[in-house]
Design a protein around this ligand. Structure first.
Ligand code: SF4
Length: 151
């Protein structure tokens, strides 16, 4: 049976990004014959529109470039994504790095200047806290190795 893997919607080519674009990854799409990929966008699940103003994590809160606190939307989106993961006992996720929701290795530093810092987005944090293994689009090899181990 194919393993269910939650994937950031934008990586699968859905235009869920803040600017209405996608982050389509051909490499991930090519793996879709091996896994059952379920696309989720925590920011949309949290009630935010697309397009939407970019947001970054500042002092534990998520703030848009216009200074609006959208932390509640980010928390709600993360909880909704986890709710889905629990229904199907999903063990793996491939999430877009750098996002204040999906980032797992780095996020942006809160100054909207493009500067990266080590850190995790809100959904990635909640997934890991609940035992879901999170990979980014940049460490697919680790994802493949890990899922192979469990075969
Ligand atoms: S929240 Fe995640 S899935 Fe949604 S657009 Fe941002 S990176 Fe992609």
């Amino acid at each position: 049976m194919k393993k269910i893997v939650i994937v950031s919607s934008c990586l699968l080519g859905m235009r869920t990004k803040y600017n209405g674009e996608s982050n389509k990854s051909i490499t991930i799409l090519e793996l879709s014959h091996k896994f059952l990929f379920v696309p989720l966008c925590p920011e949309q699940l949290g009630g935010l529109s697309t397009p939407r103003p970019p947001a970054e994590i500042i002092g534990g809160k998520v703030i848009t470039i216009n200074g609006i606190d959208v932390t509640e939307n980010y928390l709600r989106g993360a909880e909704e994504a986890l709710y889905f993961a629990k229904i199907y006992n999903v063990r793996y996720a491939i999430l877009k790095d750098g996002s204040p929701s999906c980032g797992s290795n780095y996020i942006y530093d809160g100054t909207f200047s493009g500067k990266k810092v080590t850190g995790m987005g809100i959904t990635a944090q909640l997934f890991i806290k609940n035992g879901i293994k999170v990979f980014s689009e940049k460490n697919l090899e680790a994802f493949l190795n890990e899922t192979k181990k469990q075969e």
